[in-house]
Design a protein around this ligand. Sequence first.
Ligand SMILES: *[C@@H]1O[C@H](CO)[C@@H](O)[C@H](O)[C@H]1NC(C)=O
Ligand SMILES: *[C@@H]1O[C@H](CO)[C@@H](O)[C@H](O)[C@H]1NC(C)=O
Ligand SMILES: *[C@@H]1O[C@H](CO)[C@@H](O)[C@H](O)[C@H]1NC(C)=O
Length: 155
Amino acid sequence: MEIHAFWLAQLFFFVLWVNGLMTIGLAGAQQRIVCNESLMLQNLPGCGRSFEEMMHKVDSKKWCNLTEFILYYSNFTQCTEHEAHTAKCFWPNPLAEGFITGIHRQFFSNCTSQNVLWEDPPDRILVTLIFLPILLTIAMIGLVVWCSKRSDILV
Ligand SMILES: *[C@@H]1O[C@H](CO)[C@@H](O)[C@H](O)[C@H]1NC(C)=O
Ligand SMILES: *[C@@H]1O[C@H](CO)[C@@H](O)[C@H](O)[C@H]1NC(C)=O
Ligand SMILES: *[C@@H]1O[C@H](CO)[C@@H](O)[C@H](O)[C@H]1NC(C)=O
């Protein structure tokens, strides 16, 4: 009896999981069709400008030290992601990557691996940067599944 309940629970979570993946997949397929590239290209420079503003607060001698600006860089990346999604585009995508590469060239062209460019940021920041998106994704999947289940029940 207990074992059956266990497998039922497993099955239930598996169904929820597939359901969530399918919802996300459908949303993704719809996104691809209506990606407004000109809108995205129009808005990305705004991200570049705020990153530039922040970087000018950092001594340019320290522009190769990731620890000094990782939070700005993270904001910049999130900004490009936000703008891509606003234009209903996938992120990352080749156009956004081209833009980000341009920003890299502007700020990090003189950095070599010798001056310890991408040294590890402090663990706490790194952990936050890595796990926050994962947690958000899980939360989003949960929310989507919960909403779809609710409407199923109501129907
Ligand atoms: C794409 O964005 C541009 C600039 O904002 C806008 O003029 C145009 O109508 C948009 N195209 C579509 C298909 O939404
Ligand atoms: C980078 O910046 C951090 C924080 O200011 C500092 O502790 C570290 O020594 C710097 N690393 C290098 C290679 O300059
Ligand atoms: C790179 O070095 C050149 C020559 O020293 C300098 O003119 C340029 O401003 C530097 N670029 C960056 C992004 O630091």
